[in-house]
Design a protein around this ligand. Structure first.
Ligand code: NDP
Length: 258
């Protein structure tokens, strides 16, 4: 299915739910936003630099009959995340689903990796998720419900040469997921991680041909994943069919992490 081609209504499994998806102007986040909207959720599309594409994503959702709004915020900025959450609560009253999807790579071999490359990746991929979870959790606790889905990576499960920073951030995200799941479970809040493998987005399109073919060779199913492959699993974790699942990591990777 093409991005934004979902048929949407205000009825559906997620009708009445408000979903905040970080980094949703493009790539996997955009696919997740479209999928959640197609199930009836009002989707809040967070972006950092891609304002135009975030607006396009929201337009696509509205054109298909769904509901979406855009919110600019750099998730690595703790105070800015707090302000974003306050704005959302003021405007919509509640948030039911948080998808921490925003992520970056700054690949380099360890011996060449700069402190800046390390810090930027950790600040966005790991601290960014902490920031949104920290600010939103008090509302989830008060309402005694909520779904938090963190987009990790098979690199965080298995490690990957050239990605010490990225793998550390994504493994950290798994630890964050499990700890917060334990803390919030008794209050009806589910916290899970999805670990995609090799997915066809701009993040992987910019890899060298050599890196692409070795990436593909590591996939037992022999094909790259699509944003829809990931979005389907996120939608399952966002809905009530997964109400008894928390603290889990689901690999969406064509078998890479077997
Ligand atoms: P893209 O590079 O296509 O998109 C990254 C998204 O993250 C953009 O929407 C970008 O927004 C957003 N983003 C980056 N930094 C920030 C920030 N500081 N604040 C807010 N938003 C930010 O990547 P993918 O769609 O491929 O990846 C999405 C997620 O999936 C990432 O967490 C990635 O690590 C993970 N993943 C991807 C895999 C793949 O093979 N593609 C495999 C495993 C995991 P903007 O453009 O507005 O800056």
């Amino acid at each position: 299915m093409e991005e934004g081609s979902n048929t949407v209504g205000t009825c559906g499994e997620l009708a009445g739910k408000v979903a905040l998806v970080t980094g949703a102007g493009r790539g996997i986040g955009r696919g997740i936003a479209g999928k959640l909207a197609s199930l009836g959720a009002l989707v809040l599309i967070n972006y950092r630099g891609s304002e135009l594409r975030a607006r396009e994503a929201a337009e696509e959702i509205r054109a298909a009959g769904g509901r979406a709004e855009c919110l600019g915020c750099d998730v690595s900025d703790y105070a800015a995340c707090g302000a974003m959450v306050e704005t959302v609560i003021k405007e919509y009253g509640h948030v039911d689903i948080l998808v921490n999807n925003a992520g970056i790579t700054r690949d380099n071999l360890l011996m060449r990796m700069s402190e800046q490359e390390y810090d930027e990746v950790l600040d966005t991929n790991l601290k960014g998720a902490f920031n949104t979870i920290r600010h939103l959790s008090r509302y989830f606790l008060k309402q005694r419900s909520g779904k938090i889905i963190n987009i990790s990576s098979v690199s965080g499960v298995m490690g990957n040469p050239g990605q010490a920073n990225y793998s550390a951030s994504k493994a950290g995200l798994i630890g964050l997921t499990k700890s917060v799941a334990r803390e919030l479970a008794s209050r009806g809040v589910c916290v899970n991680a999805v670990a995609p493998g090799f997915i066809d987005t701009e993040m992987t399109q910019t890899l060298s041909e050599k890196a692409k073919s070795s990436g593909l060779a590591a996939v037992p199913m022999g094909r790259m994943g699509t944003v829809e492959d990931v979005a389907e699993v996120v939608a399952f974790l966002a809905g009530n069919k997964s109400d008894y699942i928390t603290g889990q990591v689901i690999c969406v990777d064509g078998g890479m992490a077997i």
